[in-house]
Design a protein around this ligand. Structure first.
Ligand code: GDP
Ligand code: GDP
Length: 436
């Protein structure tokens, strides 16, 4: 099911980031150990009245030293392209400025619903001026104060009222939904095309074409797949297209719509910081992951080169040690046939269920190999474990006191589980709970 996307637009200093942070709370800093992910405060999940949506702070997407007006235009364009509903924010202390009118003009031309927020209305007396803002042409202006958290409920009521009706997702467990993510020019579009033109691949239909992605359904050897191509839909030539933050945004969309994510790396240019950032998000979201080193035709291809590249990947992507690596060339199609089997394997492991008795046998053996840690004279007791979810496989370990579970011991248990059961290609989660 696709979550609605809401974007906050407005000239600098009206309070976009303040409102953004308020709406997403502290949910944004879930992961600390993945480089870069938490620093990008531009895109996050938010929730209002049981509506989960994704929120973008377009103010965070800056494209270098462009003049202000150009940047604002780009940010408005991104909002128009990406969002289902736009929050247009102005500053209630300074009144309407020429820059606000510029933004208004751009938004007016889009067919997207726009909700007007007038920020910095910190006290009730200020609300008397609210009527001036009708002149922007977006209907009722909502007075808010990002700093004090006022008025946001009414604003959000209006925002969610524009969300499209969500259809129940089809129960279709057999199909593998996957997508490709990576920096611009790593070869995402080329690889999608190459896969769809492979022998014995039967493209059945374009399952759905939306503004932001093309979903293509195909099958091979009896297995159904849907590949989501967000790259193919991009607005070629737009200035912001190659900016780093925009490509993160694209990656987030692709990740959201798939179970298996292929992280593409360019063999020619090697691993870059941005690759890690994008990979970190896929990991954090619990997707099955396959690392694909594309453009393998550009390097001298032998076992040694492959081993060396693999070592590099393992050093740079330590959090993805479970991810298999495929080397191929979308251009020459060399080794392309090795990809689908690996996708199948990752997908299978992503939905794998371990019977409780087998799981507990493994945990008991683990406890015997490596005694549980003690803290202040008390020893951790592991009582019982059970798998509670798939996609990704998630386990609850019941203990006498969760405080006694040390990170390294949890890590040890994860490794023991991975050794006993094949979870190649998928993250697994372990929750430690107190047994009442
Ligand atoms: P952005 O550039 O649109 O993202 O704006 P920021 O969120 O960075 O805010 C710009 C300035 O306005 C900061 O100094 C904020 O502290 C201030 N600000 C944001 N919201 C409010 C508000 O509701 N009331 C007041 N008085 N100041 C605010
Ligand atoms: P995207 O931006 O990630 O979708 O990348 P594209 O698919 O548009 O590819 C970017 C460029 O890389 C194009 O010029 C492709 O022809 C080239 N390219 C893609 N795959 C390969 C490959 O396997 N080998 C080589 N040598 N070039 C490739």
């Amino acid at each position: 099911m696709r979550k609605s996307v809401v974007a906050i637009v407005g000239r600098p200093n009206v309070g976009k980031s303040t409102i953004f942070n308020r709406l997403v709370g502290d949910r944004i800093s879930i992961v600390e150990d993945i480089p870069g992910v938490t620093r990008d405060r531009i895109y996050s999940k938010a929730e209002w009245l049981n509506n989960e949506f994704n929120l973008i702070d377009t103010g965070g997407i800056e494209s270098g030293d462009e003049p202000l007006l150009v940047q604002m235009r780009e940010q408005a364009e991104i909002a128009i392209d990406e969002a289902d509903v736009i929050i247009f924010l102005v500053d209630g202390k300074s009144g309407i400025t020429a820059a606000d009118e510029e933004v208004a003009k751009l938004l007016f031309k889009s067919n997207k619903p726009v909700v007007l927020g007038v920020n910095k209305m910190d006290n009730p007396e200020m609300r008397e001026t609210i009527y001036e803002y009708y002149s922007l042409g977006f209907g009722e202006p909502f007075p808010v104060s990002g700093a004090h958290g006022l008025g946001l409920g009414d604003l959000l009521d209006k925002v969610v009222s524009y969300f499209p009706e969500q259809q129940e997702p089809e129960e279709d467990d057999e199909t593998i939904y996957f997508s490709l993510i990576g920096r611009p020019n790593v070869g995402k579009s080329s690889l999608v095309n190459a896969m769809l033109n492979e022998e014995r691949v039967i493209v059945s239909d374009i399952a759905g074409t939306t503004r932001d992605a093309v979903d293509t359904r195909f099958s091979r050897e009896g297995q159904d797949y849907v590949i989501t191509d967000t790259a193919g839909m991009r607005k070629r030539g737009k200035v912001y297209e190659t900016t780093e933050k925009y490509s993160v945004l694209r990656a987030l969309k692709a990740i959201e719509r798939s179970d298996v994510v292929l992280i593409l790396i360019d063999a020619e240019t090697g691993i870059m910081e941005q690759d890690k950032k994008i990979a970190g998000i896929a990991h954090q979201e619990g997707r099955a992951i396959v690392i694909v080193v594309n453009k393998w035709d550009t390097v001298e291809s032998n076992e040694k080169a492959m081993r060396e590249f693999e070592e590099q990947i393992r050093v740079h992507f330590q959090f993805l040690e479970y991810a298999p690596i495929v080397f191929l060339s979308a251009k020459t199609k060399k080794r392309l046939h090795t990809l689908l089997p690996v996708i199948n394997m990752a997908s299978e492991n992503h939905v794998k269920r371990i019977p409780t008795n087998l799981l507990n046998d493994v945990i008991m053996d683990a406890l015997a190999i490596n005694p549980t840690p003690t803290y202040k004279g008390r020893r951790l007791k592991v009582l019982y474990s059970t798998q509670v979810a798939v996609k990704p496989p998630s386990f609850v370990v019941f203990v006498n006191d969760p405080e006694l579970m040390h990170f390294s011991y949890e890590r040890f248990l994860e490794n023991q589980i991975r050794e006993a059961f094949d979870f190649t290609g998928t993250p697994i989660k372990i929750f430690v709970r107190k047994r009442q």
